[in-house]
Design a protein around this ligand. Sequence first.
Ligand code: ADP
Ligand code: MG
Length: 230
Amino acid sequence: YDEMARTSEKLTMVSKLAAGVAHEIRNPMTAVKGFIQLLKVSKEYNEEYSEIMIAEIERIEVIIEEFLTLAKSKKETAYKPKQLCRILQHVALLLNTHASYRDCQITTDLTAVDAWIYCEENALKQVFINVIQNAIESMTRGTVHISLKTEGSLAVVEITDEGCGMEESVLQKIGEPFFSTKETGTGLGLMISYKIIEQHKGKMTFTSKIGVGTKVKITLPIVLNCEKES
Ligand code: ADP
Ligand code: MG
């Protein structure tokens, strides 16, 4: 019996991991597919789209790499100083088409160029993609606003939507693995996001009002001047 219980536990682990991999890979795949469709329609080569598609495919490679090494010893992830506004700009551009398909627009206020943070860029991008994706999915139309400010030694990102909002009972459950109110949701996005933000010594908090919208606040420590590279 013990042996069987252990085998079934292992199988549960494997299927959870598989669901995680599928979720993480679906976003960049959707993006690449979208840009290929755009190229097909325009019948013209587009440098910017190509750059994004390469970056997204590289992200898939990194994700696969990460899951493959997950079982092995905890690998030393490459944290590098990065300008947060550039990461956010990239993500906003990436999700623009996706948003407009759903009658939504993304607006940004990313003037805080001095907000440099230590990060694993791909992981952090995944967080912003997950959060903005949720914002878009919560609306039938409207605006997702992304702002970046600094408050002392913290970079503060706020992602505000005009969506359906969340009830208190939902607010308390978000981030639990597989908690989703969506028909096709995996309920893994926020769990992974919380974990990544925690690894970056940051915080993520939600405020929400039914029928008004949701604000996600993410704070991350800013790196010291002397530590910046490029
Ligand atoms: P999924 O998107 O697959 O459902 P997530 O972990 O990304 O999983 O989100 C979990 C749940 O949190 C969602 O199903 C939804 O109910 C709620 N949620 C997250 N972000 C928002 C938002 N911006 N507006 C309304 N509800 C949200
Ligand atoms: Mg989600």
